[in-house]
Design a protein around this ligand. Structure first.
Ligand code: N01
Length: 545
């Protein structure tokens, strides 16, 4: 037996993640002639849609807009059955894309990237996986998604509970049958709000534990009509081009006047119209809802009135009415029959605003001093968003600097794309980019194209390394916070602010300056010869040390 060490394979790019970012990256990199390895911790493609299989999981961006635009034939041939797509349909789409472009052959599934260390002398990244493989890459692209590391609350007695536990973000692949069961759902964010109505139809009893009430708007979901689909497909080219420069990366009807520039009846009619249409377009009713508290109050109060109209029990309705944050400053929820579910005999709301889940017991839990028995407990308790997945990998840049240490006080990036001291490490929809404050598909395509074009640019000019200048990064970090501070967003204890994770630095992580304006900034940066980035050959890098 030989003890000779086998040199690790060298590729142009390692991509981490085979969700919508990773799939498009692989397709583009291949087209440009770059050798690529993709590592994916899931058993198949789909990313967030692979993991989030909980009952009722559905996208809250309209199907015709939540899809790739890069291939005309693909967007013409795919049929979405509903206005808002259910998780199985989106996963089927991801799978179709993987088949259509023959992507799976370059993806290692069930493989977690554990470490990535920069080799400064070689200008490469050594990437390690939990399968013991080591790959050397000229570029490392983290396509790990923004909401992919689940968060379990630190509750005493978790191990002692003998029933079934589930997290919405790590749902089993086989059908979970709640028939006849007493089920607890902890958490009332987007996931809980989608799951609760569906679970309530099946289970004997559902008890919802709510720490903070959320605003939820009806999706008014409906089957796709041929006329609507045809119209979109006919206009796809122009509409996609327009979407790229809109504020949210999607086409929404924005009413560009302040809320209090119209009288109360007109305002009410505008809210009602948008409530009836359904979806997040409600927040486009007026142009100052997220910057002016008094304007926001009018939109918040309209939804509270709706809750009180829908929910029969007065005490439950009051408990469901959000008061502690302005509407839209936590991710708005979009539901199918959420508030109506509390009129069912088998559903109970437990308000934790003055209490807490104290501990889990062998047969249930104790909350607000009361003991409950459950067959199953569903944790809809969210994610360590935006940074959790990046920091779970032991990433080390120049001088062995761990990314975790560099980001101790919060993520620092230039354009949400790169971070100084970590050359050739790209993040798709990273912190400091519009990411979760946009139609993710639009933002993913923009970043994938920017990263792959940049790699081609470097190759054509014989440049080995790219990294942000420290000053450009400092200025961008300050700009991201300045823009956020001009809005109502910092007033909410949201995961945008890192507030859901104990000890996480508190700052607004996504860029709220808008998808269109952000894209223009990126275009200007590139046109100005990658302003704010240092592009250089390996020799120049070594000489600069
Ligand atoms: O997670 P969340 P999510 N005791 O963090 C509660 C996207 N998404 O999975 O608000 C009791 O929003 C917590 O309470 P509080 C979307 O971007 C999209 O629902 O912190 N409760 C909160 O109610 C979304 O925003 C779609 O006080 C506890 C809930 O758990 C993001 O994913 C669908 C607790 C967590 O809500 C995350 O949504 C689903 C505790 N110890 C998700 N700890 C669509 O496209 C936490 N909570 C539609």
């Amino acid at each position: 037996m030989s003890s000779r060490r086998v040199a690790p394979e060298i590729v142009d790019a390692v991509v981490v993640g085979a969700g919508f970012s990773g799939l498009y990256l692989l397709h583009r990199l291949r087209g440009l002639g770059f050798t690529t390895r993709v590592f994916e911790r899931g058993g198949d493609v789909g990313g967030t849609w692979y993991w989030n299989r909980y009952p009722g999981a559905r996208c809250d961006v309209e199907s015709m807009q939540y899809s790739y635009s890069f291939d005309e034939a693909l967007q013409q041939e795919w049929h979405w059955p509903e206005k808002f797509s259910a998780q199985p349909d989106i996963l089927a789409y991801a799978s179709h894309v993987a088949d259509r472009f023959d992507l799976r052959r370059d993806i290692d599934f069930d493989t977690t990237v554990t470490a990535a260390h920069l080799d400064e002398a070689q200008g490469t990244w050594r990437v390690e996986t939990d399968r013991g493989e080591s790959v050397v890459a000229r570029h490392l692209v983290m396509a790990t998604g923004c909401i992919s590391t689940t968060q379990m609350p630190a509750v005493d007695g978790l191990e002692s509970y003998r029933g079934n536990t589930y997290h919405t973000g790590q749902w089993p692949h086989e059908k979970v049958d709640f028939s006849g069961q007493r089920v607890a759902v902890i958490g009332t964010g987007s996931s809980g709000i989608q799951a609760i109505p569906v679970i309530a139809e099946e289970a004997a009893r559902v008890t919802v534990f709510q720490r903070t009430p959320n605003y939820s708007l009806p999706s008014q979901n409906a089957p796709m009509t041929a006329a609507y689909e045809d119209e979109w497909k006919r206009c796809y080219r122009e509409r996609r081009a327009e979407m790229r420069y809109t504020f949210h990366g999607s086409l929404k009807d924005l009413n560009d006047v302040p809320a209090r520039s119209v009288d109360e009846a007109t305002r009410h009619a505008e809210y009602q119209k948008r409530w009836d249409i359904g979806g997040a377009g409600y927040l486009g009713a007026f142009n100052d809802l997220l910057t002016d508290q008094a304007a926001n109050d009018t939109a918040s109060e309209f939804v509270r009135e709706k809750i009180r109209d829908i929910v029969h029990d007065r005490q439950t309705a009051d408990a469901l009415c959000p008061e502690s944050h302005p509407i839209g400053t936590k991710r708005i929820c979009i539901d199918s029959g959420y508030y109506e579910t509390f009129n069912r005999d088998n559903v109970e709301l437990v308000d934790l605003s003055d209490g807490a889940i104290e501990r889990l017991t062998a047969d249930g839990l104790v909350a607000n001093g009361r003991a409950f028995a459950f067959d199953s407990i569903v944790f809809a308790t969210g994610f360590d968003a935006m940074t959790g997945t990046l920091l779970a990998v032991d990433i080390r840049g120049r001088g062995g600097l761990p990314l975790r240490r560099k980001w101790e006080a919060g993520p620092r990036t230039y354009l949400g794309l790169m971070t100084a001291e970590f050359p050739n490490l790209f993040m798709i929809t990273g912190p400091g980019s519009p990411s979760v404050k946009s139609n993710m598909m639009t933002s993913i395509e923009q970043h994938v194209e920017l990263v792959t074009d940049t790699m081609a640019h470097m190759r054509d000019r014989g440049l080995a390394l790219i990294e942000p200048e420290r000053q450009a990064e400092d200025d961008w970090v300050a700009h991201v916070q300045e823009v956020a501070n001009g809005t109502l967003f910092p007033r909410a204890n949201s995961w945008y602010m890192g507030a859901n994770i104990p000890g996480k630095p508190r700052l607004f992580m996504p860029y709220i300056g808008g998808v269109g304006p952000y894209r223009r900034i990126c275009e200007e940066v590139v046109a100005a010869g990658y302003r704010g980035f240092r592009l250089h050959s390996l020799d120049a890098a070594a000489a600069a040390e």
